[in-house]
Design a protein around this ligand. Sequence first.
Ligand code: DC
Length: 207
Amino acid sequence: MIIAMDGPAASGKGTLAKQLAKHYGLGHLDTGALYRAVARDMIASGTALDDEGAAAQTARDIDPETLDDPGLRTPRIAEAAALVARLKGVRKALVDYQRAFAARPGGAVIEGRDIGTVVCPGADVKLFVEASTQVRAQRRHKELTEAGHDITFEEIHAQISARDARDRTRAISPLVPAEDAHLLDTSDLGIEAAFKVAVKLIGTAMR
Ligand code: DC
């Protein structure tokens, strides 16, 4: 079974994806971490973020063992990831990786921005996870301050709004719900409640 999950930053899709993978015994891939890893490695080697050839090569060279790196979870890397995610060569290299992951025996939960539309259009179930910008900025602010980052709610709100605009309006693979995606708005739902709704949606879709 392949479950495709898309949605904007801090919509709750990451937490949900991990829980669903555990619940159904499936592999889990956070594709945002791939784009973040490309950004991290470009910055580390001092390469300009708009150097498409170098970025595509960096994407092909990503070490999957480094995707859990807490250094990927910073506002600076999030910004840079949204920039490299606009480059065609980067997307192509990473889509190949994601499709290979999806093809693993048993299936997977794959989360990102273009999973239901581009990476796995034939997924068994597609969830599009949303939440208001206000709620998403609150969640991200809590997460980052708890991790020790010194950043205000207003700064986070501005960053999330700017990144959303970039992700939703870019020319290649913009963030849009697939036509057959089930919408799940987590603005007023806690983690457990959102999980229950997701399991119900998946159960109905698989029938
Ligand atoms: O989900 P995230 O915040 O870790 O994603 C970081 C950036 O990567 C995000 O701004 C958009 C990009 N991204 C993408 O373009 N396509 C994906 N499938 C996943 C993430």
